[in-house]
Design a protein around this ligand. Structure first.
Ligand SMILES: NC(=O)c1ccc[n+]([C@@H]2O[C@H](COP(=O)([O-])OP(=O)(O)OC[C@H]3O[C@@H](n4cnc5c(N)ncnc54)[C@H](O)[C@@H]3O)[C@@H](O)[C@H]2O)c1
Length: 337
């Protein structure tokens, strides 16, 4: 039985808890939040003992695994507290709001030999494995990605999401998922260009985010790519198109669907049917139970590299200049999950 503890039980934690409560081998033992209303609501829904202080929770409950779902500024203390107690952690993305703080955390976690999986949700999904498998013999040179939702229109998120200094806005909070997937599939980006604007509501106090963003990238292997993003769109949509020498691929990671066009042939793969959050939790539980972390889809250092790419895009949008990145050395190909 895995005794599960949770730090930060606001919105996204329910995506994890809804899956975990279906597992016979998981016991939700404790939850911690500094917001009493959120804490009471989640304890009522999912059980577990409530705590306002995560160190107390860790010491009293001694969980076997912890999920950290706090805002990005609240990363170091809970991560280090778990690492010092040798507790494996699933930590939501992004790994931090600032790269400098992220560098310090990465060094501390490495010293403590921390076991951390970052919640870049697409990486562990079967549809991504399928894409890797089907494109293994192809060379992809042109990459396009698009992510839309309407949270700038309906303002349904907690207030901190709309303050760029806190959430990082559409780019650092959300586009980072697609940027992470692109760098995990196609390697490091070495140059970015960007534009951003607010066609619906100008930036003002409490609403300092950009509403629409376009990015262009050059990958180290010479491939070119783009990502476009909106927070003032009609619905949640995520679509990617990859042009290879042998085939053309259309990927919808949210719906877990892939279409492969080869000459006149068209093959559709539907790996959906459930929550996208299941797969990363399956991997995390397996790692926590077996102690084998060789299949970790995204460790802290890897998540930090995605944060640095995301921040470079943000810097490119703010400056109107091309930003060059110091890419990490090439990694060995591996099949996460
Ligand atoms: N993977 C995804 O698809 C996805 C989706 C949404 C959010 N997220 C990420 O998850 C994180 C949380 O987002 P959210 O939407 O749940 O935000 P939220 O504001 O709804 O919840 C965060 C919770 O953390 C609590 N908290 C803050 N400081 C704390 C502390 N010191 N100790 C204990 N609790 C503390 C807050 O009180 C709040 O209840 C963010 O990093 C966000 O980017 C990921």
């Amino acid at each position: 039985m895995v005794k599960a503890g949770f730090i930060g039980v606001g919105g996204i934690v329910s995506a994890h808890l809804n899956y975990l409560k279906t597992r016979q081998d998981v016991q939700i033992v404790a939850m911690c939040d500094i917001n009493k209303a959120n804490l009471d609501r989640r304890v009522k829904e999912y059980g577990g003992r409530p705590y306002a202080d995560f160190r107390q929770m860790l010491d009293k409950e001694k969980p076997d695994a912890v999920w950290i779902c706090t805002p990005p500024q609240v990363r170091r203390e809970p991560l280090v507290a778990c690492a010092e107690r040798d507790i494996p952690v699933f930590c939501e993305k992004p790994v931090e709001r600032s790269a400098e703080a992220g560098d310090k955390i990465a060094a501390e976690l490495a010293r403590l030999k921390a076991r951390v999986q970052i919640g870049y949700v697409f990486r562990a999904m079967p549809v991504i494995r399928k894409f890797r498998e089907l494109s293994a013999d192809d060379s992809i040179h042109l990459i396009h990605s698009f992510y839309a939702c309407g949270i700038g229109l309906d303002r349904c998120m907690p207030a901190w999401f709309y303050k760029k200094e806190l959430s990082g806005g559409a780019l650092i909070d959300q586009a980072t998922h697609n940027l992470d997937l692109l760098r995990s599939l196609f390697g490091e980006v070495v140059q970015v260009q960007a534009l951003a604007s607010n066609p619906v509501c100008p930036r003002k106090a409490g609403y300092t985010i950009e509403e629409v963003i376009t990015l262009n990238f050059l990958f180290r292997n010479g491939s070119a790519g783009s990502h476009i993003h909106t927070w003032v769109g009609d619905a949640w949509r995520n679509e990617m198109a990859f042009s290879g020498e042998k085939r053309h691929y259309r990927l919808d990671p949210g719906a877990q669907k892939l279409t492969v066009l080869e000459g006149r042939k068209k093959h559709n793969y539907d790996l959906g049917g459930g929550s996208i959050y299941v797969h990363q939790n399956e991997v995390f539980l397996r790692q926590a139970q077996t102690g084998d972390w060789s299949t970790n889809p995204c460790d802290y250092a890897d998540g930090l590299a995605t944060l640095k790419l995301t921040l470079a895009c943000d810097q490119a949008a703010a400056s109107g200049r091309i930003v060059k990145l110091q890419a990490r050395p090439p990694r060995k190909k591996r099949q996460p999950g």
